[in-house]
Ligand binder design. Sequence first.
Ligand code: SF4
Ligand code: SF4
Length: 134
Amino acid sequence: MSFFQVNERCNGCLACVQNCPATALDFRDQDSRRTLLHNMALCARCGNCWRVCPQAAIEFSGLLQGRWEEVASMDLVLCRVCGTPIFTEDLGHDLAQKLDRDIEPLCPSHRKNLSLQVWQRLTPDLSKGKGVDA
Ligand code: SF4
Ligand code: SF4
């Protein structure tokens, strides 16, 4: 959603279009209707249109309040030991496909712990004295 919003007070005076330094505002008069246009890719977010609008019709609430807006939401894979989020399910699928193997859902510290336990079991003499949490 564009952060540039115009409320019902807009009367189509075009002061904003004429005072936009980035030519990010335009209008179209067609079939007895005036349409105000805004191009997000050109907009410099300077707020000039908001300052010059005589109707206080431009709403920059998102810009001025620094509000965060959700753009995507996806499921997470959690560490099977401690529940720490590791990566998204989608990323996990992509990685598994690229690596051509399943990826065990373990956070970095439990992955390291598991590697040490395996090493201790494989080399009991060498690893004596190196305590690792179970
Ligand atoms: S914020 Fe600035 S650049 Fe963007 S539309 Fe308004 S006047 Fe133009
Ligand atoms: S300056 Fe304000 S009232 Fe005039 S066209 Fe732009 S938004 Fe509408």
